[in-house]
Design a binder for this molecule. Structure first.
Ligand SMILES: Nc1ncnc2c1ncn2[C@@H]1O[C@H](COP(=O)(O)OP(=O)(O)OP(=O)(O)O)[C@@H](O)[C@H]1O
Ligand SMILES: [Mg+2]
Length: 400
């Protein structure tokens, strides 16, 4: 589900893919840190839960740095089913960016390819009509060989190319945990071995498996330990989100009752995607002038919009619910009822008729599936639903 805001008089609230660069709310501090990291040739891990705005932020970073002449090679690892395909895309991107105008492809590029990527025996095809480059590798590999070395060799080549060209180059890998998910610690070690020797390429590794990434980067003995600094992406601060949302309604002539915008943020626990989606729905319903609308956003109106979204998602939520075991269903309800705290306590396990051991196992399964996530702040740990609309759906579905 995605909706882009229409420029001009349309719905001002965007959700789905990354937000348009000029409608991103706040994030100045994070933007500054990310850009500084690239300018200083650092390695930075950007860690944040799903749908908190990592890709939106990375898009703005890319746009602003490119304006300064930095070469930004940004890829979403999740979109490639193998490290080889990612390596090919990176190499094609590097050639395009570092070898100058694509029309010059030919002698110059071939020379550069041999010099920097010779061991991979790359073959480059240039489609003049499409203005596109595609790359394949001539090296032979056994069917069981990992294709990660192809990627690290490409990264080594990009480093050499950046050094020779004396350009600032940043490699940005979104959802990078995917790369090490299958290869485990051995993959982490291989990536580290390459990346830590690079001095002319900076790296931003972004990912949403917060616990996995925090462990990966902060546990002594793991290859990525202290390989770079970490930047944790939290919710968009209310001090910026509230005026943005209020303005979105008021600019179009809707009145906003006291507390209504805060109610949106409360209901969806400040998850930026869900905030925008709920605000978007409210705006549409106000425009349609449905019952109780009267041109004003009130808390009761927000509640109704939330129910509408939960209802729209009924097939997806039903499917998800049906895929859970009985114990997982109980554990999920316990997370909602307890506010995500003290789930292994006697009081909570007894109330939900589960042993502490089965509760723990079920919570792990829910976490592995990305249905719940752990949130740590100021020494307080709690579990939260990845998608806050799910709680509303469940409440409505089981109301008697
Ligand atoms: N800074 C922001 N200002 C306004 N809306 C935001 C912001 N960050 C995120 N959002 C909202 O969250 C949605 C998802 O953003 P984005 O795709 O950048 O997040 P993500 O963390 O990359 O998500 P995923 O984990 O699914 O890849 C956006 O479409 C938008 O509705
Ligand atoms: Mg993303």
């Amino acid at each position: 589900m995605a909706a882009k805001a229409h420029r001009g008089g349309g719905n001002p609230f965007e959700f789905g893919q990354a937000v348009h660069a000029d409608s991103i709310v706040d994030r100045e501090e994070e933007l500054r840190r990310l850009k500084d990291a690239v300018r200083n040739g650092e390695r930075l891990f950007l860690i944040g839960p799903r749908r908190f705005g990592k890709t939106s932020l990375l898009n703005v970073v890319q746009q602003q740095l490119e304006r300064e002449g930095v070469v930004v090679l940004k890829y979403d690892v999740e979109k490639f089913e193998s490290a080889e395909l990612l390596a090919r895309a990176l190499l094609a991107g590097a050639i395009r960016a570092l070898a100058g105008a694509a029309e010059k492809i030919g002698a110059v590029v071939n020379r550069q390819l041999k010099r920097f990527f010779g061991s991979l025996k790359p073959e480059v095809t240039y489609d003049v009509m499409q203005q596109s480059i595609s790359v394949s590798f001539g090296v032979t590999r056994g069917p069981k060989d990992s294709d990660l070395p192809l990627l690290t060799d490409v990264l080594d080549g990009i480093e050499a190319m950046a050094r020779a060209g004396e350009k600032t180059v940043a490699v940005v890998l979104d959802e990078f945990q995917q790369l090490v998910a299958s290869g485990g610690v051995a993959a982490e070690r291989q990536i580290r071995a390459a990346v830590q020797t690079h001095r002319h390429v900076s790296y931003i590794f972004a990912g949403s498996k917060t616990r996995l990434l925090t462990d990966m980067t902060s546990q002594h003995g793991r290859p990525f330990y202290r390989m770079g600094s970490s930047l944790f992406l939290g919710p968009v601060p209310r001090s910026a989100f509230i005026p943005f949302i209020r303005d979105g309604f008021e600019r179009h002539g809707f009145k906003v009752a006291a507390g209504a915008v805060e109610h949106i943020l409360d209901l969806v626990e400040d998850v930026p995607y869900s905030v925008q989606r709920l605000a978007h729905r409210c705006w549409d319903l106000l425009c349609a002038g449905g019952p109780g609308a009267q041109g004003a956003l009130t808390s009761a109106f927000v509640d109704r919009a939330l129910e509408r979204i939960a209802l729209e998602e009924d097939p997806a939520y039903t499917q998800l619910w049906m895929s859970l075991t009985e114990v997982q269903k109980k554990a999920l309800k316990a997370v909602i009822a307890s506010g995500g705290r003290l789930l292994l306590s006697k009081a909570v396990t007894t109330e939900h008729s589960l042993s502490a051991a089965s509760m723990q196992k079920a919570l792990k399964a829910l976490n592995d599936r990305g249905i719940i996530r752990e949130e740590q702040s100021l020494g307080d740990a709690r579990l939260r639903l990845d998608d806050p609309f799910l709680a509303t759906w469940l409440k409505a579905a089981q109301s008697t």
